[in-house]
Design a protein around this ligand. Structure first.
Ligand code: NDP
Length: 292
């Protein structure tokens, strides 16, 4: 039978998680700072706890999905975590996760951090592609894997509790770059006869075709060889920078979303790496290695 569990935080995401566990037959105890926001879950069968401490004492498995790391500290202050399995799905930094892991362990709990790669409507629908990066206690993960897999796919990335947040932020950072590029592309065609809806499918297929470049970049970063079989060299791309900037100017579009990347490209070329692949530009970004 599905194991009982507690969900702290019934915002948009916590509510979606609690609903998915309830639908799968788990007994779920919920708590929310503002009680009215938890009440709708009672109709789905959830037990509403009067305090976070009560919710924590109700079940061994305690899932936390609050706004940010300080709210986790605020909510759990005064709760007895002895013997609890704490799964923190609150977005934070790798450093937040490591400190929170130490904090929870010192209070007698096992700790697993998670980074949710989904929006609330995807939760509980395995075919949506929703998944969660997990890191921290492998024992906790193994023991509760089935329950965790009920709400979204699971990707355990290591015992360092910071790794889930790091993966989460890395993927979202790449996505930010994509969104920046999309905005710039739409801005360029604004005021022309080309409707945004006509540009959209071309952007989708182009970005889809380019995305696998991540594999080639990974290979180069692992081998440290930026010079073999270079197809689009730094030098060639740096030579194209004026075309990007002048096109923006001709169209009356600010280059501000492109400039940081184009500046880096020119700097790499000026540093004598013109013959290389752009993978080597990672060297310009990395200031210090946190794990020597
Ligand atoms: P909401 O804003 O909908 O909910 C925030 C929750 O945090 C509420 O339960 C709120 O309680 C609680 N909260 C805020 N501050 C405190 C505090 N000081 N003490 C106690 N509780 C507090 O956010 P979501 O549910 O959307 O997000 C929750 C987490 O999930 C975030 O870390 C978010 O980054 C992450 N996430 C969300 C995604 C999304 O698309 N929504 C996607 C991936 C991750 P109250 O009702 O009392 O204000």
């Amino acid at each position: 039978t599905p194991s009982p569990l507690t969900v702290l935080g019934t915002g948009a995401m916590g509510t979606a998680l609690a609903r998915a566990w309830l639908a799968a037959g788990h007994a779920v105890t919920v708590w929310n700072r503002t009680p009215s926001r938890a009440e709708p879950l009672a109709a789905d069968g959830a037990v509403i706890a009067p305090s976070a401490a009560d919710a924590v004492s109700a079940n061994r498995l305690v899932v936390v999905c609050l706004l940010d790391d300080p709210s986790v500290g605020a909510a759990l202050d005064g709760a007895d975590l002895t013997g609890r399995d704490l799964v923190n799905l609150t977005t934070g930094t790798p450093g937040d996760a490591r400190s929170r892991a130490d904090w929870a362990t010192a209070r007698g709990a096992r700790f697993l951090d998670g980074g949710i790669m989904a929006v609330p409507p995807m939760i509980g629908h395995p075919d949506s592609g929703a998944y969660v990066f997990y890191s921290g206690s492998a024992e906790l993960f193994d023991e509760h894997r089935t329950a965790l897999a009920t709400v979204a796919g699971t990707e355990y990335v290591g015992t360092d509790p910071g790794l889930a947040a790091l993966h989460d932020v890395a993927l979202l950072s790449a996505m930010n770059g994509m969104f920046a590029g999309l905005l710039h592309a739409f801005a360029l065609l604004r005021g022309t006869d080309v409707a945004p809806r006509d540009l959209a499918p071309r952007l989708v297929s182009w970005l889809g075709a380019m995305a696998p470049a991540a594999h080639a970049t990974a290979e180069r970063l692992e081998s440290g060889d930026y010079t073999k079989n270079v197809l689009s060299s730094v030098g060639m791309q740096a030579a194209g920078v004026p075309a990007f900037l002048r096109t923006a100017q001709e169209q009356g579009v600010s280059p501000e979303l492109l400039l940081p990347y184009l500046d880096l490209l020119r700097r790499r070329a000026a540093d004598g790496h013109g013959e290389e692949d752009t993978a080597g530009m990672v060297e310009l970004l990395v200031r210090q290695n946190p794990h020597p």
